[in-house]
Design a protein around this ligand. Structure first.
Ligand code: CDP
Ligand code: MG
Length: 717
């Protein structure tokens, strides 16, 4: 029968869309019907900016629209004003004239929604006003939550400086794995996830006088859960003040949710921003970004540039390319300071983006989405927007941004003076291809951990939990079922004694807790283990393949960590093997924490001594509901029969084992399984007899599937 072979070929062909191709695909999609645009808008005959520099390409932009500024704009701060004392800068922020009014509104209402343009001073000023007003008397604290770690850190540092205190004293931050607070800390900036954790130790948040949920418009999962919990606490703690701060998006929803709480609007101050689009879609947006930055640098009047990219790897690549070209251009161009900003950037480097640009030079900040609303960098006049983002910072899910985001990004150019936003996509794409707004995270995620978290907070009736946007009933039900299957919930839906942090990786039966701890720790940072500099892709790929072990990606992670540990946790070793030192350090942190946890629940450490079958079985015991089998038409998940694909980065991409376990599904162009492990169907009956029936696991074909023919990873990369 020739049928299976053809089916497998087909799968291969379809699954061949890794990062790079994925982007191209998006590009193509963005540009689909845009060819005519240049002509249509040529009426306005705007100047086209082109940089003429021997070897460089140019990107042609067409001016299309303008983002409206205020009718009466205040004058841009002069050089002298910018140099003025920190207090003068505080007084110059848009929120300042409303200080008294705002404090009065907070005094009058328990819940207040605060809406204001990014950069108006919500995050840095309002907690300080509350502090000055005495809200932290009698040892009470003020919490201000941020969806992003970098924002929490950098804002806390800024506020500490404004207050003239040492970071970690009166003002501090707390993010996962890093607590920079002390007994004295009264202003606490923290990630929304950390405040959720606070509910574990202090369900009524009794030590807080004010909770400010900031960047509410981002609608992260944690923020959404916080809403429900805080609304509840506010009911029986009438003295608790709740502030919900958001960029100018959808504040009415928050108001409705909090029983029609009043909305306090801080009038925006924005200068008009001219919007430019590319005439045709760009094939390689990273390259296009670099060229455009140089073009702007050479042709445009002074003012700093902000570039939005999707993640660390990309940002580093872009910065390298920019620096390299500047070096080659030498004295032909003025000085260009290239500064990256992303979540794992060391804090001293983060601080550099806020330093004023030296006269005569220009600064280009290459940022993730963090610069969209969480951080404001002074002096930005030009924004370069390729139109992509990584919606979930924990994965490589790169997708097109939406209209709200595109406008928010453009707005960043108009904060200090009239600005320009260069979009690396066509006007047609903007009008026809981009969605309106983001779907809240809660509606796109697996709810297992949320359910456990809520349960551990003592919330049992999840079906009636006050969600701002309730997740679909079926998704909740599925999550509950999985947890029941895992033994984390009993038949009454109560948490069992299984500690939820470890239930996903059971350790007892297979005596390999050493290895499992490592795998778990590595999985928690798995998306940023390897790096692949543009000029050394071959070396980097070889280094990665050298870590491959038969059995699958979990063992590869284990191998990387073990070798690193043997090197004495060396950074040099990481450098030589194209492994991210910072991620490894994080993994080591996580591993230590998990080890501590095991001690507490009195699970002893033991090693499998190289018997990796035990490790694979233990992982199977934890993830038995994440399985897929190879059928004639490719991989299907065992229970739901959903079509899925092995991620091209996987060590098993070319192996095509019949039975697989996956750590997560990532939806890009299709559902990709990331971190896959080869398993045997008999193990499933061994570890989860309550979940699988022998009949489901029968192999329909007796012969092994033919090995795939088709593109290799290299061809795809
Ligand atoms: O929260 P919102 O977007 O309304 O504004 P903010 O973050 O409080 O920013 C107010 C001002 O503080 C801006 O002018 C920023 O440039 C400045 N800032 C800073 O210099 N360093 C930081 N890490 C954060 C803010
Ligand atoms: Mg803010």
């Amino acid at each position: 029968r020739g049928q299976p072979a053809r089916a497998v070929d087909l799968v291969e062909e379809e699954s061949g869309a890794p990062g790079e191709e994925q982007r191209r695909w998006e590009e193509a999609r963005l540009g689909a019907a845009s060819l005519k645009f240049g002509a249509r808008d040529a009426a306005s005959q705007e100047p086209k900016y082109q940089l003429v520099l021997e070897e460089e390409e140019t990107i042609e932009f067409v001016r299309a629209t303008q983002l409206q500024g205020d009718e009466v704009s205040p004058p841009p701060p002069t050089q002298a004003q910018q140099k003025e004392s920190i207090q003068a800068v505080r007084r110059s922020l848009p929120v300042f004239p409303f200080r008294e009014e705002l404090l009065a509104a907070i005094a009058d209402h328990q819940v207040l929604i605060i809406e204001g343009e990014t950069g108006s001073g919500k995050t840095t000023q309002i907690p300080q006003y509350l502090f000055e007003e005495g809200y932290t008397k009698k040892g009470m604290k003020i919490a201000c939550t941020q969806p992003r770690r970098v924002a929490a850190m950098s804002v806390a540092a800024r506020v500490a400086r404004e207050m003239g205190v040492k970071l970690g004293n009166e003002v501090g931050y707390s993010i996962r794995f890093e607590d920079c607070t002390s007994e004295r800390t009264v202003l606490r900036y923290m990630t929304d996830g950390m405040l959720l954790r606070e509910f574990l130790s202090e369900p009524d948040l009794a030590s807080y006088s004010v909770v400010m949920v900031d960047e509410a418009h981002e609608r992260t999962l944690h923020t959404d859960i916080l809403f429900g919990l805080i609304k509840d606490v506010a009911r029986f703690r009438p003295e608790l003040k709740v502030l919900v701060a958001s960029a100018t998006l959808d504040t009415a929803r928050f108001s409705t949710f909090f029983d029609d709480a009043p909305v306090f609007r801080i009038p925006g101050r924005r200068f008009p921003v001219d919007i430019f689009y590319t005439k045709a879609p760009e094939a390689d947006y990273l390259e296009a970004c670099v060229v455009s930055v140089l073009q702007i640098h050479v042709t445009q009047p002074p003012g700093d540039i902000l570039v939005f990219l999707t993640g660390q790897e990309e940002i580093e690549a872009a910065c390298e390319m920019l620096q390299d070209r500047c070096r080659r251009l030498g004295s032909k161009i003025r000085e260009l300071l290239v500064l990256p900003i992303y979540a794992n950037l060391p804090s001293d480097m983060q601080a550099r983006i806020f330093q004023p640009t030296p006269p005569g030079a220009r600064k280009v900040v290459v940022a993730t989405n963090i610069a969209e609303t969480s951080l404001t960098i002074e002096g930005i006049i030009y924004v370069l927007d390729p139109g992509f983002w990584n919606k979930q910072p924990t994965s490589f899910q790169i997708s097109c941004i939406n209209i709200a985001s595109a406008n928010q990004r453009a707005g960043r150019a108009g904060r200090v003076a009239a600005g320009k936003c260069f979009r690396l996509y066509t006007a047609w794409a903007y009008q026809h291809e981009l969605e309106e707004t983001t779907v809240p995270e809660i509606q796109r995620t697996s709810l297992g951990n949320v359910v456990l978290l809520l349960k551990s907070l003592g919330i049992h009736d999840l079906m009636h939990f006050d969600f701002l946007d309730p997740p679909p009933y079926e998704t909740l039900l599925l999550a509950l079922e999985q947890l029941y299957a895992l033994g984390a919930l009993n038949h009454l839906g109560e948490l069992t004694t299984v500690r939820w942090e470890v239930i996903t990786l059971p350790l007892t039966a297979y005596s390999c807790s050493e290895e499992i701890l490592t795998v778990a720790a590595m999985l928690s940072v798995n998306n940023s283990i390897f790096y692949r500099p543009k000029d050394k892709v071959v070396h980097a790929d070889n280094a990665r393949v050298n870590f491959f072990l038969p059995g699958g990606d979990h063992l590869v992670l284990l191998n990387v960590y073990t070798q690193w540990a043997e090197s004495g946790y060396s950074s040099q070793w990481c450098y030589e093997n194209f492994v991210q030192f910072r991620s490894m350090r994080r993994a080591r942190d996580v591993r230590e924490q998990l080890e501590g946890l095991l001690e507490r629940v009195e699970v002893g450490l033991s090693s499998c001594q190289g018997d990796y079958i035990r490790v694979r079985k233990a992982i199977t015991a934890g993830y038995f509901y994440h399985t897929a089998r190879l059928t004639r038409s490719g991989y299907r998940t065992v229970k739901q029969q959903q079509t899925v694909f092995i991620h091209p980065n996987s060590s098993l991409f070319e192996e095509q084992p019949r039975w697989l376990l996956y750590h997560e599904l990532v939806l890009t162009t299709k559902e990709f399984m990331r971190q896959v492990l080869e398993i045997e169907s008999s193990w499933l009956l061994e570890v989860a007899p309550h979940y699988y029936k022998a009949k489901e696991l029968e192999d329909p074909h007796s012969k092994k599937m033919p090995k795939k023919i088709g593109k290799t990873r290299e061809e795809l990369g």
